[in-house]
Design a protein around this ligand. Structure first.
Ligand code: NAP
Length: 148
């Protein structure tokens, strides 16, 4: 599968690493410093390239949105049309210092993202800490961490 990744931080690069190991092709995008994207793609290897958010969407069968809640509007504007695309979001609607919810308690990150990308099929998942995702084994003792 071709997966376009918008936001190549802890979550985007961590998930990308697993998907590349399973043979999926990746395009990383959306950074304030393109050299960071290049380093992430190089660390993953030949299954990974970089591009703009628009290029990542056009490339992708599935798009991962993995950016802080505060920049979802900017990231989705940069992505262009997501009509008909599966938009897989791991965005939490948290304040930057994680002291509370950035969107109140009557909506959710997924609902706000769906409003910003009305043609996309939005799926919100992955309540998993990046520390676990990026740990050597993803194990707690002899148990493997489960990701829904
Ligand atoms: N970390 C976790 O354990 C975890 C778990 C579940 C869900 N989540 C959610 O997943 C999403 C991503 O989290 P993360 O931990 O991967 O974050 P992160 O490491 O900070 O990555 C965010 C990415 O967004 C990019 N970005 C581009 N423009 C930005 C801007 N103006 N401001 C901030 N970042 C910008 C950053 O690129 P540059 O820095 O290169 O510009 C970076 O690659 C968040 O919504 C978070 O709540 C995180």
């Amino acid at each position: 599968m071709k997966i376009g990744i918008i936001g190549a931080g802890s979550m985007g690069s961590g998930l990308g690493k697993f998907w590349a190991q399973k043979g999926h092709q990746l395009m990383f995008s959306y950074s304030r410093d393109a050299t960071k994207l290049q380093k992430v793609a190089e660390a993953i290897g030949s299954n990974a390239t970089i591009g703009t958010p628009t290029e990542a969407v056009q490339f992708a069968d599935v798009v991962l949105l993995s950016v802080p809640y505060g920049v979802i509007q900017d990231a989705l504007q940069a992505a262009g049309s997501l009509d008909g695309k599966i938009l897989f979001s791991c965005v939490n609607a948290l304040l930057p210092d994680m002291s509370g919810m950035a969107a109140g308690t009557t909506t959710s990150a997924a609902e706000e993202i769906a409003k910003l990308a009305p043609g996309a099929r939005v799926v919100e998942a992955l309540p998993l800490f990046a520390e676990v995702l990026n740990s050597p084994s993803q194990r707690f003792g002899d148990q493997i961490a489960v990701v829904f």
